[in-house]
Ligand binder design. Sequence first.
Ligand code: I22
Ligand code: ZN
Length: 622
Amino acid sequence: MKRIALISEHASPLGTFGGADSGGQNVYVGQVAKHLAVLGYEVDIFTRRDCPKLPEIISWNGVRIIHVPAGASKYICKEELLPCMEEFTAYVLNFCQSTHYDLIHANFWMSAMVAAEVKRSLGIPFVVTFHALGRVRRFYQGKADGFPDARFAIEDRIVAEADFIIAECPQDQEDLLCLYHANPEKIAIIPCGFDPSEFYPIEKTHARAFLGLNSTEPLILQLGRLVPRKGVDTAICGFAKWLQQNRVSAQLLIVGGESETPDASLTPEIGRLRAIARRHSIEDQVRFVGRKCRDLLKYYYSAADVFITTPIYEPFGITPIEAMACGTPVIGSRVGGVKFTVKDEETGYLVPAKNPQAIADKLTTLYANPHRDLMSQQAIHRAQEYFTWQQVTHDIAALYTKIIQNHKPVTNSTLVEIDSSFAAAIDAFTRSRQQLIPAISQAAQAIFECVNAGGKVLVCGNGGSAADAQHFAAELVGRFRVPHRAGVPILALTADTAFLTAWANDVGFEYVFSRQVETFAKPGDLLLGISTSGRSPNMIAAFKTARSQQLRRVALLGNDGGELLNLADIAVVVPAFDTQRIQEVQIFVLHLLCELVEQFLLQSTQDLRLCGGKEMSFNEPY
Ligand SMILES: O=C(CO)[C@@H](O)[C@H](O)[C@H](O)[C@H](O)COP(=O)(O)O
Ligand SMILES: [Zn+2]
C-alpha cells in the first residue's frame, strides 16, 4: 500500500468554503485525499494549524489531517505566511523521517517549497499542483498582489526540481511553459472536479421553494469567493444592462463572503459591490445572501436559470463545473480554466472579461433560446464525463504510480550535493563581502598606481590560478568594460610553455616564476600572485625575488594565507577553506580589480585633460 503526503499549507479541507482564503484548493485537497483513500492509498494531509483548538492529528474521511504548528495558531492571510514556512518545513521533515512516504503531492507554491526541501534531504519525489502562479497573479493584480517578490524565484526552483507538475487546464500549462520555462515532458493536465453525490440537478421549483425563493422570475446566480479579481462587479453591471435593455424583472443572487449573513464590515467586497448595484439603481434586484454551507449549494445552483462567473483571470475555477453538474448553464469569461470547462454555445456562453455588454447580450440570447433544456443536459453530461473527482483522482493516482516507478531512491542525492555547494559558495561570497572590501580596494589602487606611473604587472599562479592569471591579463591587455582604450600592461608568467618546460626540466619548477621576475621586472612594476594555499614553492620564490627587487607585491590567497601572507604588501585572503570555493571568489575579485583599474585609469585620463596635462593614451580607436 502506498503512502502519500498531501501538503496544503493554508487550505485545509476543514476550511469554510467561500471565505477570502478558502476556495477551490480546500475542496481539491479534501476530495483528492478522500478518493485516494478509496483507491487504497494511505493519505496524510499536512496543513497549518490556524486555531488553538485543533488537535495535532485527526482522522477525517479515511485520511489523517496533520495540523502543523507554524507561526501563531490563528488565521494568517496567505500573503503573510512565507516567514512561517521554515517552521512548517522543519516539522514536515521531522515527520517524514519517522513515517515513510512514497510521494509528496504539494499544493500551492509554499507547500511545494516544503516538498522540495524534503526531497533534497530525504529523496522523496514530489508532484505539485500550483493552483495559481505568482507571475500570472502579478500580471493581473499588479500592486494588489500582496505576495512577496521572492515567490517568483521560489516557483522557478520548484518548477525545476519537481518530479511532475499538474496543470489544471491548457492555459495553466501554457503559463508554466512560457513564464516558468517548465519542461513540457514533466507537465500533466489533470483538471479539478466535482462530487456527484454533492452536486446533482434538483427540480427548479423545488430548489427555489427549499431556499424560500418563491418567485418565478428569472434568477441568476453568482457564487464563490468575494474578492475583486472574481469580477462580480462586471456581472452586476452586465445584469443591470440586461434589465434596462429588456425591461424584465429578475434577481441576481450573490452567494459568498466571510459570514453566514452578508456583512460588509467582514467582507469589504460586499460594500463595494452594493455601491455598484446602487449606482445602477438595482439594489433590490441584487441580493447578497452570505456564505452557505456546501450542502446547500446544489439548491442554489439548481434554483438558478444561469450561473455567472466573470473573473478577470481564473487558474481553474471549480464553481462552473458544479453549476453544470446541477444542470445550470454558465456564462463565464473566456479566461484560464473557465474557457476550458465551459463549452461555448453548448454548456453555456463565453464572454470577454470585464465586458458587461457581452454579459447582457448573452443573458438575452440565453433567455430567448428555445433549447435551454438541451444546454442544461449538455452541461450535466460534460461535467459527468470529464470532471468527477473520481475520474480526476484516478488520473492523479496513475501519475503517482508513474513517478514512483520511475523514481530511483537516492539518500544522499546529487541534488543535495549541488545544493550544499551553492550554500558553501554563497557563504564564501557573503563572508568575503563582509571582510575583503578594504583589501580589494587597496589592491586595485596599487595596480592602478603602478600602471599609471608607467609600470607593468607580472601575474602568476599554478593550475586553476594559472588560468586565472591569463584570464586577468587578457581582460586588461584587451578590453573589459571600457571600449576604445589602450591596453593595460599585464604580463602573465604562465603562458610561455617553451620557457616553462625548459626551466622546470633543466633547473627546477620552483624557479619558473622567479626567473621571469628577475628577467622582466623593472623598478615600479608590481607582482600579482594567485594561490589558494599560499604555500606553492614557485610562488614563494617569485615573491622573494620580487621583494629583493623592491617590487610591490599583491597576493590573492585563501585558507590561512600560508607563507605568501607575510611576503605580500597587500593580501586579499578569501575567508574559505575549500580550494574550489576560494578560486570562485578569486576570479570574482579579479573581475572586480579589472573593473576598478579601468575606472581609475579613465578617471585619471579625464582629470589630466581637465587640468591640461599630458594625456595618457587611454583613448584608442578600437
Ligand atoms: O584548479 C585547481 C583546483 O580547483 C587546481 O588546478 C589547483 O589550482 C592546483 O592544484 C594548484 O597547483 C594549487 O596551487 P595553489 O593554489 O595552492 O598555489
Ligand atoms: Zn579549479
